[in-house]
Design a protein around this ligand. Sequence first.
Ligand code: ADP
Length: 618
Amino acid sequence: MRTRLPSKQTLGYVGVLAASLALAIVSGWTAVANQFDDAAYDWMFRLQPPATKAPQSMVLGIDDATLSAMGGPPALRSMLATALERLAPVNPKAVAIDVVLADVEDAKEDQRLERAMQGTRNLVLVSHLAEGRWQKPLPGFERYAAGLGHDTADENSRDGVTRQIPLEERTARERYWALALETFRLTRGQRVIVESPQDLAVGSEIIPAARTDQGNRPLRVLFSAEPIPHVSLKDLVDKPEIAAELAGKVVFVGVTSITGAQDRVRTPNDNGRIPGVEVHAQLFETLARGHFLTDASNLAAVGFSVATGVLAGLIFALLAGWPAYLAGGVLVIAATFAPLLAFRQGIVVPYFSSLFSAWLTCAAAASYQHFVVRRQLRKSEADRKRYQQAIHFVTHEMRTPLTAIQGSSELMGRYNLSEDKRKQIADMINQESKRLARMIQTFLDVERLSDGQMELKREQFGARDVVEACVQRVRPLAERKNIGIRIEELDGALQGDRELMEYVVYNLLTNAVKYSNSGTQITVACRLEASQLRLSVRDQGIGMDAKELRQIFQKFYRTKRAEASGEAGTGIGLSIVQQIVQHHGGKMEVSSEPGKGSCFTVVLPAHSRASQPPTVSV
Ligand code: ADP
């Protein structure tokens, strides 16, 4: 488990998740997503075909053979009459004729058809909606119909596949139920279909076909993989004994001829097109089976996506490393299979938005956490380094004054010293402890400067003041090694933090002393050149080669040469020097040659009125 995120990060995290979730949900309404959803629907449909049950219906088809044997399309009504006459003896449960019978044709044939209709139980005829008007069967036919139903058998879908059919079609004044629904009602012995906004009831059967924006109550048809059994009318005429197969069945009569039927329909089963009359039979079987596929409501679909997003967010907020990726992977897999499970339960969930929201939120959560964690790691690594350096600095720089104080105080305690000597030592202790205090202050200032917590002081002071003060402090060290310090011209004024600048000069001077042999000379100068102030410390010491020169400002770097001399410290001083100079808007220049000496130059922007004491500066 990780520590809790600070609130700004939590907000950012929630924001990123919410944005990706919104993107996933909104993109679920695009055309691409709809295509994806349709393809996924067809795939699931084929994966889990409706339970096979012996069909209650059959198709009596007027196929190509029938048409050519019985007189072609003009003889359609005589064919229908023949069909009904042949069916009458076997007494089907219901007969639905999927042919528009709105126009007056041959009176004699029509009369024959009327007579055949008269002898047919539960006859359902077509009411066809064309250009906003209902084309109903001729009154002579309608008289014998127990029901009228609309004949829409295909869906105006993007890819031309019919997945659902409207159970209701209406004009402003008249409304008809689907041919198959009317047939179903009659087979259930019901007089009416009871409707509510959410569903339809035929007796005790509830059909979950909610009223939609178009008001046409679409219902997904559970097309069986096996076609509905077909009988060709020609075969029935040729072999009357076939009629027995149709006994007690619900018979859908219609044109199945490939050339004659215009309404051939593609289904999710992807096994070619089927004639419209079979679609009616398939819808009838769907109703008869009583198992339905309903679309998840928009609210449920969005709820599912949001739940996935929240889970993804929690996973990557509470877990880290591989357990988080593992749990995220499980979530994505679960989101992939959830629509399939829902489909098994008869609920169609929009696949694209569920899947996309799982993927997108997981990816967003994972990358957010990845980068935030990386940033935090980098920061804590930097903090750790700084802390380490601070410790090095303290031990390195403070050892000298501490040793002096320690030694002197021991001296005072152990020996009986003269008053003069005692005073001298007490002064020394006082000075060294002041130096220690200054050092601590310098150290803290540089720390805070580089941390951005502190602003640089902006005092103005002469270069001479600083250099002379430092030389005075270094001189005893130099004298001990018999090294001379020569001060050349000291022009110019500096602007900035005097304490820190003193640190710079003192450090360069002590280095010059440390890395020089006895009998050599150190030269200090400060010159104004163009708009630059150049403060240089030159020695005749051990020097450095070009490769070493490139690295001396790195923390902890020490040259081999310096280590061999036994003088090298921790390699921090110059890095602080460089930081201070940079904070003052300047830079360091170094030239050096092994065995010949080095020259360190602090280059700063020049400030006017050289050498004037700060009190009179403006
Ligand atoms: P320290 O002197 O404590 O090691 P610095 O950061 O001041 O740390 O210096 C880094 C290294 O640069 C030294 O260890 C030394 O190798 C080299 N160096 C610094 N000043 C000089 C100099 N004047 N002459 C030769 N080498 C130097």
